[in-house]
Design a protein around this ligand. Structure first.
Ligand code: SF4
Ligand code: SF4
Length: 340
């Protein structure tokens, strides 16, 4: 039985156009520059360049230099450039890879050198994306991310099933590393998808980090019926009310939504979908039962600490129970930080 959940993808509308550039607000400082790397720079220099450039991986918000040093300590890491977007409405990573596959590969090569990866791969959104990129990207293996959510966690799981540690780094972080090494350019911009049923135009925008969300959202021509703006993901993103909040490297998408997903919380019908969806081997319905008992036994909150908050369990639940939140509560209880 495949893990994860199959979601209806809606990426093509935002991939129809090329990435557009949103002018940077005047108050933001110019991007920093430093000395580019020499050819044949070693691991320490590459990690140093990632730190100097202030590169943050868009996949998880981890500073790239720290991440590469962590990967270097892993046993025989396989480095994978994640050139796909897990979220069904987001296509920023895919668009970046489409626009400049050679530079993404250049960054991946540097990252692989920095962490001593035994092999490197590009995980693309589909076979079609691989076909598009193959001419520009030689001497690298491709794989598809698969069509189930959450793709990154499922990819890691697939590798760990073969006894390998898959270390994922975002396409945008790879691109930024290539720019830091070759041009001495600090990371100052990111690509964000603007979409949602409240947006008349779905588009990928190149944005200076620090730009207010409002300026980027405007590129999507939000409709008057827009009731909520969600940042991060349509599955487990957060609703924002203050649109003066700045774009960060982790802002993969800004979604104008006519309504927030309904959470009616009907009783569990015992279908087991949440268990099958979870990429981390957690049994959310069982956790829920423990919480609903009123006196959960921390020793029966199995594996909750492994939760990556992907929200797949909540998405598949026919009773619309917010299982991800329940697992979050269980983590606190297990850690002695929360009440039942
Ligand atoms: S329990 Fe956590 S890791 Fe598993 S599907 Fe739910 S949110 Fe994702
Ligand atoms: S998906 Fe929802 S209804 Fe089905 S077992 Fe899990 S909690 Fe129960």
């Amino acid at each position: 039985m495949p893990r994860g959940v199959k979601l209806d993808l809606a990426k093509e509308p935002s991939l129809k156009e090329q990435i557009i550039t949103i002018p940077a607000p005047k108050k933001l400082p110019a991007p920093k520059m430093f000395a580019p790397l020499r050819k044949k720079a070693g691991a320490a220099k590459i990690i140093g360049a990632a730190e100097m450039a202030g590169i943050v991986d868009e996949l998880d918000g981890e500073p790239l230099g720290k991440k590469l040093a962590r990967f270097a300590a892993a046993d025989a890491p396989v480095l994978v450039a994640a050139c796909f977007d897990e979220d069904p409405m987001t296509s920023a990573g895919q668009a970046v890879f489409r626009e400049n596959p050679a530079q993404v590969l250049a960054g991946l090569n540097l990252a692989a050198l920095a962490c001593g990866a035994v092999s490197k791969k590009i995980a693309a959104a589909s076979r079609e994306e691989i076909r598009r990129a193959q001419k520009a990207c030689t001497a690298v293996e491709f794989l598809t991310a698969g069509d189930r959510y959450p793709a990154a966690a499922l990819l890691r799981r697939k590798f760990s099933g073969k006894g390998k540690a898959a270390c994922l780094v975002g396409a945008q972080a790879c691109l930024a590393l290539a720019a830091a090494a070759s041009r001495g350019l600090a990371q100052s911009e990111t690509v964000v998808t603007v979409a949602g049923d409240g947006a008349a135009r779905w588009v990928n925008c190149r944005v200076r980090i620090g730009t207010p969300l409002r300026d980027v959202l405007a590129a999507g021509n939000p409709l008057p019926e827009t009731a909520a703006v969600v940042v991060g993901s349509s599955v487990n993103g957060r609703s924002v009310t203050d649109l003066s909040e700045p774009v960060t490297t982790a802002t993969r998408c800004i979604l104008a939504m006519k309504r927030l997903p309904r959470r009616a919380a009907l009783p569990c019908v015992g279908c087991g979908r949440c268990e099958r969806a979870c990429p981390r081997g957690i049994i959310p319905w069982m956790i829920l039962q423990q919480l609903e008992s009123g006196s959960p036994d921390p020793f029966r909150l199995f594996n909750v600490e492994r939760c990556i908050r992907c929200g797949a369990c909540s998405v598949v639940c026919p009773s619309e129970i917010d299982l991800a939140a329940a697992v979050g509560r269980a983590i606190k209880i297990k850690e002695g930080r929360g009440d039942p």
